[in-house]
Write a protein that binds this ligand. Structure first.
Ligand code: FAD
Length: 384
């Protein structure tokens, strides 16, 4: 939907095919750093999103080895000023609802729920995009097709059938609890990152601060695709034993009312971005580990860059569209690859144990908040 709005803002007419029949409350929290929030603000989503999004005051970096907080990185107004856009934490459903409302208001975007993309063929007039709607098979003629259909992308399958998502060996457990359930010190407007041996935990407020979103990442072998497999509290707690994990971290885990587990799949680096008049965006081309909190952020950036390149096109011939989409891929490749690498490295750092964890904690303390924040500038201060 971000890509649709960005393209419509450049004067294109966009049909969005979404296989879900209804836009539901799937997923959990998302951190939207300034590189992403800036684009959403420019698309006019500030008021729709701002009332539901929370601007955290800080990120608390916590270590089980140290037994508590190692460092507090200021966010809030300081981060907004530094990067020129807010750092938001939102429920994925709130982002989806804000985008859907903007799409509904836009005369040039046509969202077709229950429209499952199936096939595409090139011909003299452009592309015939075939999709299923209920029992009907329909077709739409288009100048270009953007596959923003997630890690299990059917569009990618069509373009690059040999590329397959790989299970990372890690499982993310996700859940929420009502902020009133725990004392204020656990539920303040902070992002808490708890690092421990072989596991980590992230918690932050969403839904105007009424709920706390919790993500616990642990190694495992369960690897079924999907976003909403129910999980069992005792299984989560096994990965966060009292012998290693301080009470406050475990307290948040037990406060969650229902857990969902999500096997983390990634795509190999260097998946092709486009072929002819068909391009990929978001997880369909660069599904990454979530440890830099940039998967959705990169998808949102893709949308802005894609619209920029397509709009700069002198003609709408198939060749010039293909050239514009190829330029879009070249413009995105190096940055996305660096973010993918950063996410992998951060995961390894979070899960260190023993003397390596001690070295990590000392290094973080030695860096200090200012230099830690400066290390994020290349991500947060990016502009399309
Ligand atoms: C534990 C965890 C925490 C995360 N935290 C963050 C974070 O803090 N910040 C951040 O930026 N990112 C985060 N991410 C990553 C983020 O969730 C994804 O990168 C993001 O959702 C990708 O967006 P997308 O639009 O590319 O794909 P998706 O969100 O997967 O959307 C794809 C859409 O395509 C539809 N679709 C699929 N196939 C078809 C078809 N054939 N026809 C029509 N429609 C179809 C699907 O129904 C879906 O609506 C996290 C991920 C995980 C697992």
């Amino acid at each position: 939907m971000t890509a649709a709005l960005a393209l419509a803002a450049k004067g294109f007419r966009v049909v969005v095919l979404e296989k879900a029949e209804r836009l539901e409350d799937v997923g959990a929290g998302l951190q939207l750093s300034p590189n992403a929030s800036r684009i959403l603000v420019e698309l006019g989503l500030k008021d729709r999103l701002g009332s539901r999004a929370v601007t955290p005051e800080a990120v608390s970096i916590m270590s089980t080895r140290a037994g508590g907080e190692l460092m507090r990185l200021p966010l809030g107004a300081a981060a907004t000023e530094r990067a020129g856009a807010p750092y938001w934490v939102v429920h994925r459903a709130d982002l989806q609802a804000a985008l859907a409302a903007a799409v509904a208001d836009h005369p040039d975007v046509d969202l077709r729920l229950g429209g499952t993309f199936e096939d595409v063929a090139a011909h003299a007039k452009g592309l015939s995009v075939v999709y299923r709607s209920g029992t009907l098979r329909r077709s739409e003629v288009a100048s270009a097709l953007i596959g923003a259909d997630g890690v299990w992308s059917t569009v990618r399958q069509h373009l690059f059938p040999d590329v397959q998502p790989r299970f990372s060996g890690l499982i993310a457990w996700r859940g929420t609890f009502e902020a009133t359930q725990l004392p204020k010190e656990y539920t303040s407007r902070r992002v808490q990152l708890w690092m421990g041996p072989n596991a980590h935990l992230v918690a932050y407020p969403i839904a105007s601060g009424r709920q706390i979103n919790v993500v616990a990442v642990v190694p495992g072998t369960w690897n079924r695709p999907g976003w909403s497999t129910p999980g069992d509290l005792s299984e989560v707690m096994d990965a966060f034993p009292a012998a290693r994990w301080p009470g406050p971290a475990r307290m948040m885990l037990t406060a969650v009312d229902s857990w969902r587990k999500w096997a983390l799949f990634t795509l190999p680096d260097g998946v092709g971005w486009s072929k002819g008049a068909i391009a990929l965006a978001g997880d369909a081309v660069h599904a990454m580990l979530p440890f830099a909190a940039q998967g959705a952020g990169m998808a949102i950036e893709d949308a802005a860059v894609l619209a920029e390149h397509l709009s700069g096109n002198a003609t709408e011939s198939a060749a010039s569209i293909a050239a514009a989409l190829a330029r879009y891929g070249r413009a995105r490749e190096a940055r996305v690859r660096r973010v993918q690498r950063t996410a992998r490295q951060q995961g390894r750092i979070y899960h260190l144990a023993g003397p390596f964890a001690l070295a990590r904690d000392l290094a973080i303390r030695a860096l200090g908040p200012e230099r830690m924040l400066a290390r994020q500038d290349w991500i947060y201060r990016w502009r399309a």
